[in-house]
Design a protein around this ligand. Structure first.
Ligand code: TTP
Ligand code: MG
Length: 353
């Protein structure tokens, strides 16, 4: 297999950094985001608060003891999600091979880009800083395990490359819990036999690891030797793309829905185009005043993507529905997608910072 270039990107103190972004007076302060009642737990905290020993998943009442002057804020998930979407757009502007891991973290496979990975990392860092105003840490290596380890290497605002020559020595001093696949139970089992760091782990025979951790033991044995063939899995496309709404007033005449269906078609068409796909299945969903649902689908013999086409097909299905009751909800969705070829682009020529 040819050598891969995998990048792991992870926002710094994500929820807390978004809070600072939205209220500049919080900058440089110990921010603790979480359930604000004393019975809640900490979601995350700023690096200033980490100095006092506050960390994710810690009960808030303990965080208050450790950092009494901390600023405790509630979780505003919708806002983090909003920012996350913008960040992922930037990742996707570099390569279509993006695997989201969580709201603030992703793997990118750069193997197919003819650009220097460090330049790519700088590009992402600058773009996220300039367009959003946040920092992130980036790790680059030849597999997922090492790329993730690298992004965590010198957080916050870190950038670390791990090459083949550095393995295994670079890993030796690290605690075994840093190895993907070694959870709390395995840590305990290994500690019990006197194994605390990766060097000690490295010296264990494969068979013993299998006995201790089953199949995962073999994976761990390979991982610390620099073998990890897990692919970057691009998020599967949604099975359908659609829009629906409950009407402000129940509707009797289909014609009254014409404008709305056109709006739906326009919006769906925009999403399809952004995703570089077309679709050949159109579905209309209706809920009548008696709360009964009706759906009707049609599979075309060609793929469509334009708003006019989607509107024509959707409205046609609607007109032919035999609905006697008043309509209280209407929806249009498209499915059965065809992916149009992903074009590999030279980012530095086509996108300016
Ligand atoms: P992380 O990336 O683990 O943490 P972080 O971004 O806050 O800090 P770091 O600089 O170390 O990457 O998680 C991302 C977000 O997920 C985090 O901001 C809040 C949320 N989260 C929780 O709600 N509970 C948790 O236990 C963890 C670990 C994270
Ligand atoms: Mg993070």
């Amino acid at each position: 297999m040819t050598k891969r270039i995998i990048m792991h990107v992870d926002m710094d103190a994500f929820f807390a950094s978004v809070e600072v972004l939205d209220d500049k007076s919080l900058k440089g302060k110990p921010i603790i985001v979480g359930g604000i009642s004393d019975r809640g737990v900490v979601s995350t905290c700023s690096y200033e608060a980490r100095k006092y020993g506050v960390k994710s998943a810690m009960p808030v009442y303990i965080a208050k003891k450790k950092c009494p002057h901390g600023i405790f804020l509630p979780v505003r998930y919708w806002r983090y999600k909003e920012i996350s979407k913008e960040i992922f757009k930037i990742f996707c502007s570099l390569t279509p091979y993006v695997e989201p891991l969580s709201i603030d973290e992703a793997y990118l496979d750069l193997s197919y880009i003819n650009e220097d990975p460090i330049e790519c990392a700088k590009y992402i860092k600058q773009k996220v800083q300039k367009e959003i105003g946040l920092n992130l840490s980036i790790g680059i290596s030849y597999n997922k395990f090492l790329a993730k380890l690298a992004s965590d290497w010198n957080k916050p605002n870190g950038l670390k490359v791990i090459t083949e020559e550095m393995i295994p020595e670079l890993l030796f001093p690290l605690e075994i819990s840093r190895v993907y696949g070694i959870g709390n139970k395995s840590v305990k089992r290994l500690n019990d036999i006197g194994v605390f760091n990766i060097e000690q782990l490295y010296n264990l025979p494969k068979e013993l690891l299998r006995e201790l951790m089953g199949k995962m033991g073999i994976e761990v044995y390979e991982r610390i030797r620099g073998y990890d063939n897990r692919e970057v899995v691009v998020e599967r496309e949604r099975k359908s793309i659609g829009r629906e709404t409950t009407l402000a007033k129940d509707v009797e005449q289909i014609e009254e829905l014409k404008e709305l269906i056109y709006e739906f078609a326009k919006s769906i068409s925009k999403t399809l185009k952004a995703k570089n796909i077309s679709a050949k299945n159109v579905t209309i969903k209706i809920k009548t005043a008696d709360f009964k649902s009706h759906t009707k689908s049609k599979t075309l013999n060609h793929y469509i993507v334009g708003e006019e086409d989607i509107f024509k097909e959707a409205y046609n299905i609607l007109e032919n529905l035999d609905i006697k009751d008043k309509i209280r909800l209407v929806g249009v969705s498209m499915s059965s997608f065809k992916e149009d070829k992903l074009e590999q682009i030279s980012i530095f020529n086509s996108l300016s910072l």
